[in-house]
Design a protein around this ligand. Structure first.
Ligand code: NAD
Length: 331
């Protein structure tokens, strides 16, 4: 028993794949986690995020939740130049700890967690805020997140069957079109030559270019049609301050996180008001759409609670199914 207590379960990306946690399940898991947050059952200081030259960054994200029974920490790096040398933009490791005892339980590949939970969090926003009857998803940036977002949109809005996409690297856009056409209910996936045409024709627009140190946003207010929902996963890198101000509703996944990014990183200078948070939306309906004409913007910065809830679900499955490698903390 003592040996078991002094070991951690290591879960590689391949191990996590084998566990088969579906995107729809993950959206539900995050919805529960945001309800716990609304009930005050989550401790989550703002993430530490700093650039390491240009758009490259490090971040560290911690969270504890007695409701979930665990605490955890993600350490990651980001570099948009990495895919060109065969490495992912985002790389990281996650450490999971039992809350009651502080015992270290698991170390896992955080690239997997970030890849899935980010799209699942967008899925949660889309479930609650996309107008009824939409069918066209716009994607800016055709990488890891773009692929996961098709799956997430399908999980929450299976009627979506058209995707319009743009990438500054045309070959990446074309590869995305070839790979994703016909997947997750998207019978039509079309690559366009600029972001404007994508934005203007989307019911839901996801911006997933790089998080820039010195942003050069291009999305103007008139690019966003009546009733559209914009979900940014690249902070405010793509949307102009004018567009932000023109929105009927502005939400974020965590108020403290966006305030911290404003104060300490100089980001989000154009955000004059935040109407609600994802936790308030799912728990109390605050910030919900009240008309099909409203234009809504959600800044999904990505928060530690999403990582924690995902990691807990993965660990529980891994324990049930005997997946992973036990590593001694002390030999
Ligand atoms: N908010 C969150 O929770 C969260 C989590 C993970 C990643 N992200 C962010 O999402 C973004 C995408 O991450 P990823 O893992 O998919 O990266 P990725 O490298 O796999 O894909 C990004 C794609 O964007 C393209 N691109 C670069 N500049 C562009 C521009 N101006 N317009 C259109 N396309 C452009 C690149 O060519 C690349 O194909 C990054 O900014 C990353 O930091 C956010």
């Amino acid at each position: 028993m003592v040996e078991a207590r002094r070991s951690v379960r290591y879960l590689s990306g391949a191990d996590l794949d084998r566990l088969g946690l579906g995107m729809g399940e993950l959206v539900d898991i995050l919805e529960e986690a945001f309800r716990a947050k609304a009930a005050g059952e989550v401790t989550m200081p703002p993430k530490i995020f700093f650039h390491r030259g240009g758009p490259r960054f490090y971040s560290s994200m911690v969270c504890a939740s007695p409701a979930l029974g665990y605490a955890g920490c993600k350490w990651q790096s980001g570099d948009p130049a990495n895919p060109a040398i065969g490495l992912p933009y985002i790389q990281g490791l996650y450490i999971l700890t039992e809350d009651a005892t502080g015992r270290m339980c698991a170390v896992m590949d955080a690239e997997w967690i970030t890849g899935k939970r980010t799209a699942a969090a967008s899925g949660l926003v889309i479930r609650h805020l996309a107008k009824a009857g939409g069918r066209t998803l716009g994607i800016l940036g055709c990488g890891v997140q773009a692929r996961a977002h098709l799956e997430a949109v399908h999980a929450v809005r299976p009627r979506f069957d058209e995707c319009l996409c743009y990438d500054i690297v045309p070959e990446r856009r074309d590869r995305f079109v070839a790979e994703m056409t016909g997947r997750f209910g998207f019978g039509s996936v079309r690559g366009l030559s600029g972001p404007e045409e994508v934005a203007r024709n989307s019911d839901v627009l996801v911006t997933g270019g790089p998080i820039e140190k010195d942003r050069k946003p291009v999305i103007r207010p008139d690019w966003i049609g009546p009733g559209a929902l914009v979900v940014t996963i690249d902070y405010d890198s793509y949307v102009t301050d004018e567009a932000i101000r023109a929105m009927d509703l502005v939400l974020t996944d965590d108020f403290g996180q966006i305030e911290d990014a404003r104060l300490n990183e100089g980001k989000f200078p154009g955000v004059a008001r935040v109407d609600s948070t994802l936790a308030e939306l799912v728990a109390h309906g605050k910030g919900a759409r009240t008309s099909d004409a409203q234009r809504i913007l959600a800044f999904n910065l990505g928060i530690a609670l999403e990582d924690l809830a995902t990691a807990v679900a993965l660990l529980e499955r891994a324990r049930r199914e005997g997946v992973g490698t036990m590593l001694p903390i002390r030999a």
